[in-house]
Design a protein around this ligand. Structure first.
Ligand code: FRU
Length: 546
């Protein structure tokens, strides 16, 4: 009986049933929509055209009612016949359908728990930002993406572009898994001098340098694009670095590449086993190992920053996925730490990366981090945190890195409501009108006098808690520049599912999951005995989605 329904449903949707396990579809439309359920086990789905495997990936094909739908862009296969097979329970194959819209297109970006002013892909899981590069007026955001499920698997490089770092347009996947493995993290550069020889008709190549991950090892590969990242060709000589045996370790990944002008060469920073290695190259293809700094894990970055804006007095910052960093010197081949390890940010952030190729006239060091944030009820998981500008500043404790949201974020802010020199009660009164607001920026400075700790909650969730006795902000050690001022400034960005807080002009920041609204009437609540809310500004924040 089930088989009959199965075949009828194929007939209705224009599919041809082969075996119960396989279906064949003549591709005539842009997307294939596939039903998924987290209740079903993962199994391998294969696409085949003209007897050749086009792709294979893990998916939880819904055997019953779909929990959500994912999609594949089939543009390049229009006109071809696609055979789809599935190693697991193949009942859901009959529900796969093609269309020019993705399933749920009408509600996209308006779903109840879709972040309003942070980038998220339309469907699936995302982790690290990859290949952050600015080119011809566009900020590119590639990212670790599983297009087939809201959990980590099948790593691709997803792709989005923005003209202003806040409004994003998602484009088709940039890099698909291949015989060397799935597409792990990496970076992108523009090869203006055609060092790799990929340029055509004067168009400089955008080159992506990424890790291919297989069960056996992790190797470094390159791919290039001559159409602003829209289509990619993988280099036939991949991999360009294979260092498993040197390190006797599978952990060799996440190449971050930049052009080092004084040496007229490329620099590649790679996490290898217990730290970050430096490689150099003249052509992005042949790489020489130069040096290694232990004490870092995953997702390296290395860049130069002026201290207090003085271009004649610079230092280099090296960090890993956690964001903990060292400050030091760099001669193009060796990074020499001059400091211990510091942190400037904690919480949900991980694997952040900074942009390459930002024009000199701009000169900012712009970073985007992965927000390990969930979105209840949604077919997505993870997001990108606000882009921030990184700077080095002298503090009483020495030079430290600061991070503040890029100025472009201001264009999302509506007219603020302001208050000054308020008691906690008066401030809470002012905040009442915002209890049901989805998205807000709240900037406040409060001062302690009779209390050892004080803060601001939202429906019982601790947005900021300053404990001047233990010197902690939200349970992490923090000591203000002027400890005796007894003041703390918090710049708080509240989106549907996330909260980001920048303390004292970016000296320290943290991010976290926004807890679901509790059924109490507490709303926003400044607390702390006799505190003064010296200033309070509340801005509505606009959605970045049309
Ligand atoms: C960091 C990381 C990277 C790796 C990628 C895989 O979150 O583990 O080291 O390349 O994620 O998705």
């Amino acid at each position: 009986m089930r088989k009959i329904i199965f075949i009828i449903s194929f007939a209705i949707t224009g599919f041809t049933a082969l075996l119960a396990e396989d279906i064949s579809i003549k591709i005539t439309k842009k997307y294939l929509n596939i039903p998924v359920s987290q209740q079903d086990k993962r199994n391998v789905m294969r696409f085949e055209t003209e007897g050749v495997q086009e792709r294979a990936f893990q998916i939880r094909l819904a055997s019953g009612t779909p929990e959500y739908w994912v999609f594949c862009d089939m543009t390049s296969l229009i006109g071809k016949t696609l055979k789809i097979s599935y190693d697991g329970n193949s009942q859901g194959l009959g529900k796969i359908y093609q269309d020019n819209a993705i399933a749920g297109q009408d509600s996209i970006y308006r779903e109840i728990n879709r972040p309003k002013f942070h980038f998220t892909p339309r469907r699936g899981w995302n982790n690290d930002p990859n290949g952050l590069v600015f080119y011809e007026g566009e900020y590119h955001l590639f990212y670790q993406h599983n297009p087939y499920e809201k959990e980590w698997e099948n790593m691709h490089w997803g792709h989005a572009v923005s003209k202003d770092l806040v409004h994003w347009e998602e484009l088709p996947e940039a890099l698909y898994p291949d015989k060397l493995g799935t597409m792990f993290s990496g970076s992108a550069v523009i090869d203006y001098n055609n060092t790799a020889g990929f340029n055509r008709s004067g168009v400089p190549a955008m080159v992506a340098i990424y890790t291919a991950d297989s069960p056996e090892k992790q190797v470094q590969c390159i791919a290039y694009s001559l159409d602003k990242g829209r289509s990619w060709t993988k280099y036939a000589g991949n991999p360009v670095i294979d260092s498993k045996s040197k390190w006797n370790s599978k952990d060799t990944r996440d190449p971050k590449v930049f052009w080092y002008n004084p040496g007229n060469h490329w620099v590649l920073v790679l996490n290898e086993r217990d730290g970050h290695s430096i490689y150099t190259s003249k052509n992005l293809k042949d790489w020489n190992f130069e040096s290694h700094v232990t004490g870092f894990w995953e997702c390296p970055d290395l860049f130069e920053l002026p201290i207090d804006g003085d271009k004649k007095n610079t230092r280099w910052v090296m960090y890993g996925a956690s964001g903990t960093y060292m400050i030091g010197k760099f001669d193009g081949k060796v990074f020499t730490p001059e400091s211990g390890k510091y942190y400037y940010t904690t919480g949900s952030i991980y694997a952040s990366q900074t942009y390459t190729n930002i024009p000199d006239s701009d000169g900012r060091r712009i970073q985007i981090g992965w927000g390990r944030i969930q979105h209840p009820g949604m077919s997505i998981n993870g997001m990108m945190l606000l882009p921030t500008e990184l700077t080095l500043r002298k503090t009483k404790d020495g030079v430290r890195m600061f991070s503040t949201p890029v100025k472009e974020v201001e264009m999302l802010l509506g007219t603020p409501v302001r208050g000054e020199k308020l008691t906690a009660e008066k401030a809470n009164e002012l905040l009442k009108q915002f209890y049901s607001s989805d998205c807000l920026r709240i900037k406040t400075t409060f001062k302690l006098s009779h209390a050892t700790d004080a803060g601001l909650n939202l429906f019982g969730q601790q947005l900021v808690r300053y404990d001047m006795n233990f010197n902690r902000v939200n349970d992490v050690f923090y000591s203000p520049e002027d400890m005796t001022s007894m003041e703390l400034t918090a710049d708080i960005y509240i989106d549907k599912t996330s909260i980001e807080v920048f303390i004292d002009g970016g000296a320290y920041s943290y991010s976290m999951q926004r807890e679901p609204r509790l059924d109490n009437n507490e709303g926003f609540n400044f607390w702390g005995h006799n505190i003064e809310v010296k200033s309070l500004e509340v801005y509505p924040v606009k959605s970045i989605w049309k």
